[in-house]
Design a protein around this ligand. Structure first.
Ligand SMILES: Nc1ncnc2c1ncn2[C@@H]1O[C@H](COP(=O)(O)OP(=O)(O)OP(=O)(O)O)[C@@H](O)[C@H]1O
Length: 301
């Protein structure tokens, strides 16, 4: 859809017009841990203040400011190229691994500047794990996939227990307990993704970042991962990038809606911005901004 078409659709959405095709996504009831509470009373995991990211001088996202709360599932939604993955990678300093990327603004993690010179990015990535779009197990046994991180980090305790605990938390133990020595590549895609989540859990992170974790999976595997996320949020904070708005509505407590803007001051260049950030119920039922309304009701994609 061209920019002018998008603008028309947004205007129509603002005027409350409908085309019959668009519809509001239901936000099912579940234990929305903190979103029913006053945000000032909930512990913040991240405070993102005027964050920006440029790749080789081209701004990808800018002016991003919102807080991410403990034990929430926070969804990042928006059209392709609006910078959701770019922002997600800022949260565990994965952008450090992209030589052309530079991060501006401030990101506090439990009140500490995540980008302060004394902060060790390797330690950051231990506390803030990441699961990617395509399952990426190591070419090793199921057992060794889980044991790899704890071994590298020299974690204390019985490795068998560490592996079992992680696989149980990853809702995979019953399916693989009799084949731990088999190569992980022999697992189904959904099992491989749960293995990657279990691998992330084995090193006892605080936060799990997920970049479209279900986009390569069938509906049954997707459902299992969504159930797992709802279980995991009791102990972890989760930030997920998803193109699947039903998924965001089903599992998240809060949602940030990103869009791509043309920046007149920057000579008409495009960059991503957060339009609106609120409880998932508010974003999907009564958003404040007509652009959010147009997106979540499917009037613009
Ligand atoms: N490694 C990179 N080098 C250069 N530019 C990049 C890089 N990664 C992302 N970009 C650019 O940054 C902008 C935001 O991309 P990003 O992948 O973060 O968006 P997204 O919202 O996650 O997109 P999608 O939903 O399609 O995955 C895009 O213009 C993209 O081309």
């Amino acid at each position: 859809m061209s920019d002018s078409d998008q603008t028309d659709a947004v205007r129509e959405a603002a005027a409350g017009e409908t085309h019959g095709l668009s519809q509001r996504i239901a936000v099912p009831e579940h234990d929305r841990s903190t979103s029913g509470q006053d945000a000032t009373a909930v512990e913040k995991v991240f405070e993102i203040k005027d964050a920006s990211v440029a790749y080789g001088g081209a701004t990808a996202v800018k002016g991003i400011s919102f807080d991410i709360f403990k034990n929430d599932v926070t969804a990042l939604i928006g059209p392709s190229g609006c910078g959701k993955s770019t922002l997600l990678r800022c949260l565990n300093r994965m952008n450090d691994l992209i030589p052309s990327a530079s991060v501006g603004g401030t990101i506090l993690y439990h009140g500490q500047d995540l980008y302060a010179p004394k902060v060790d990015p390797v330690q950051v990535r231990k506390m803030i794990g990441m699961v990617f779009q395509k399952p990426n197990p190591f070419p090793k046994s199921i057992y060794d996939n889980i044991a790899f991180g704890p071994r590298v980090l020299g974690m204390k305790g019985s490795m068998d227990e560490i592996v079992e605990r992680a696989l149980r938390r990853g809702a995979l133990w019953d399916e693989v307990k009799d084949r731990l020595k088999e190569n992980a590549f022999g697992m189904s895609g959904g099992q491989q993704q749960r293995l990657c989540i279990a691998r992330c859990l084995a090193i006892e992170p605080d936060v799990i970042l997920m970049d479209e974790p279900c986009s390569a999976l069938d509906p049954i595997s997707t459902h299992k991962i969504e159930d797992l996320m709802l279980e995991l949020k009791e102990n972890y904070s989760i930030v997920i990038v998803t193109h699947n708005m039903q998924q965001a509505a089903r599992i998240s407590d809060r949602t940030a809606f990103f869009t791509v803007e043309l920046d007149d001051e920057a000579g008409g260049k495009r960059h991503g911005r957060v339009v609106e950030y609120d409880t998932t119920e508010k974003i999907f039922q009564t958003p404040a901004d007509p652009r959010t309304e147009a997106y979540v009701t499917g009037k613009v994609g």
